[in-house]
Ligand binder design. Structure first.
Ligand SMILES: *Cc1c(COP(=O)(O)O)cnc(C)c1O
Length: 227
């Protein structure tokens, strides 16, 4: 099976999952290209994919320089505050924002450049220690503080399902993230719009879409396993 067949199959799976979901909304596919080569990214790009996710600052920087300008890169991994300077003005969306000092640093850089940086707040819905993200109960407080910073724009939430085969457990986590986003939306902050709910990876993107995801981050099912 080659990459463009993989892509075609995933887009079909996404369509079917959309039909099963109650929302019937558009779903954006992010190809997670971490540990895969620039040539593999170009192959996916030529097959029509325009959004790619990377989880390491260094790898992202190297790849951006070698790839077409109309690719949208998404930062999806946790990174140190002192690395903000390398990526804040180069990516379409930073999906892994989970603490105030990161927000402060992005805002500081962005305001100097008179730009606005789009971010998602990552929530640790599965409460697994090795995963990044703010804990669900701390999310409202983080958002309250984040809206003070005028050069970042919060576009929604990101989360990862738990590492388990138990589909019921995975579904429960995704439902919690959906409900968290609804509760933030209901506060009607004028500074944020909550457009995106980024959840779902190779193993669970169909469940995520059924539970209201409109952005899925798929690596292995597009590019094969990572070396
Ligand atoms: C690696 C990664 C993915 C993609 O994982 P696959 O299982 O390969 O689809 C999605 N989101 C994040 C945050 C990741 O780190």
């Amino acid at each position: 099976m080659n990459l463009s067949d993989n892509l075609k199959n995933i887009l079909e799976d996404i369509e079917r999952a959309k039909e099963r979901s109650k929302l019937h909304q558009e779903v954006k596919l992010i190809g997670v290209s971490k540990h895969h080569s620039v040539d593999e990214i170009l192959e996916a790009y030529n097959a029509g994919l325009k959004d790619f996710g990377e989880n390491r600052v260094q790898e992202l920087r190297e790849k951006i320089d070698l790839l077409p300008d109309d690719i949208n890169f998404h930062m999806i991994g946790n990174f140190q505050t002192n690395k903000v300077k390398y990526i804040y003005d180069k990516v379409a969306l930073i999906q892994s924002v989970d603490r105030l000092n990161l927000i402060e640093e992005i805002d500081k850089r962005a305001s100097k450049d008179h730009i606005t940086v789009d971010v998602l707040i990552q929530v640790n819905i599965s409460r697994e220690e090795q995963k990044g993200g703010v804990l669900p109960e701390k999310l409202p407080e983080l958002i309250e503080k984040a809206i003070e910073y005028k050069n970042i724009r919060i576009k929604g939430l990101m989360g990862m399902g738990p590492l388990t085969e138990d589909h019921g457990e995975i579904r429960k986590c995704f439902r919690e993230l959906f409900n968290l986003r609804e509760s933030i939306k209901n506060r009607n902050y004028k500074e944020i719009d909550m457009d995106y709910l980024s959840m779902g990876m190779s193993g669970d993107f169909e469940i995520a879409i059924e539970e209201g995801s409109n952005m899925v981050r798929v690596g292995t099912k597009i590019f094969g396993s990572r070396k």
